[in-house]
Design a protein around this ligand. Structure first.
Ligand code: SAH
Length: 248
């Protein structure tokens, strides 16, 4: 997948994603001749050959993120937000993430952290994630196609995120990789997974349990006088458990 170079938006909100700005670009409203898009700045109106006006803008991270390929289930944004807000991941952070899956969490973290190293066991998922990382042109994400249960190579890490079936098997490796004060965040759909993860974390004397949370988001519809929660919602995604390393 070529990275997205420009987005065109019609007045009804319909979007077009342009990957090659040096060729004619075809839409259902006619085409935009080559050369026009290469010159269009953000906010510029461009016209198709039939006279339809579209507005051009540069894609932001989220525009490209919305077009990634999905292999296994990706983590919902509400949970990504809580991981970032609870651990304070930022421009100086080094993060280890496992398993990569489609790379959704790794991409969000890569967008704000200094460096993300992400581990994926399966070759087929690693391929999809590698493609997504290239698609978003993220240079600070390193993908390792191996099991995180075998160990973590990195040291002095700020946060380790675990989104895999048996997170308790990665606790000791994660604790070793972390700097004192660093966090492990485990994301699991079921409570037995949470219990086993917490038990493993508490066995490690260098770790303390911070908390387990479930983030609930309710989207509402606003349509004239029909103002109410949407009747179809995400019911449940997963629990987030935060533990912190206090000493070696
Ligand atoms: N957080 C990801 C989704 C992860 S799905 C996202 O937001 O896109 C869980 C992934 O963990 C799967 O891809 C699975 O293959 C991987 N996995 C399972 N066991 C693993 C292990 N021991 N080491 C690394 N990855 C593993």
């Amino acid at each position: 997948m070529e990275p997205i170079k420009k987005i065109l938006i019609a007045d009804d909100g319909k979007k077009f994603y342009v990957r090659n700005v040096s060729e004619d670009f075809h839409t259902q409203f006619g085409f935009i001749g080559k050369g026009i898009l290469a010159k269009a700045a953000s906010g510029d109106a461009v016209k198709t050959n039939t006279g339809k006006v579209l507005f051009a803008f540069e894609p932001s991270f989220i525009d490209s993120y919305n077009r990634i390929k999905r292999a296994p289930q990706i983590i919902p944004r509400k949970d990504v937000a809580a991981i970032i807000a609870e651990t304070g991941i930022g421009k100086d952070s080094v993060v280890v993430d496992a398993g990569t899956g489609s790379g959704a969490l790794a991409l969000f973290l890569g967008n704000i952290a200094k460096k993300v190293v992400t581990y994926e066991l399966r070759d087929d998922f690693a391929k999809v994630a590698a493609e997504n990382i290239r698609f978003l042109q993220m240079k600070n994400i390193l993908l390792k196609n191996k099991s995180v249960y075998e160990g973590i190579d990195e040291k002095n890490v700020d946060v380790v995120t675990l989104d895999l079936p048996e997170p308790w098997r990665a606790v000791d490796a994660a604790a070793k990789a972390l700097k004192a004060g660093g966090f492990i965040v485990s994301y699991s759909p079921t409570t037995p997974q949470v219990s086993d993860f917490v038990a493993a974390a508490l066995k490690n004397k260098g770790l303390v349990l911070v908390k387990t949370i479930e983030v609930i988001e309710r989207e509402w519809e606003f349509n004239e006088r029909v103002v109410r929660p949407l009747s179809q919602q995400i019911g449940h995604s997963g629990f987030l458990t935060f533990v912190r390393k206090i000493h070696k």
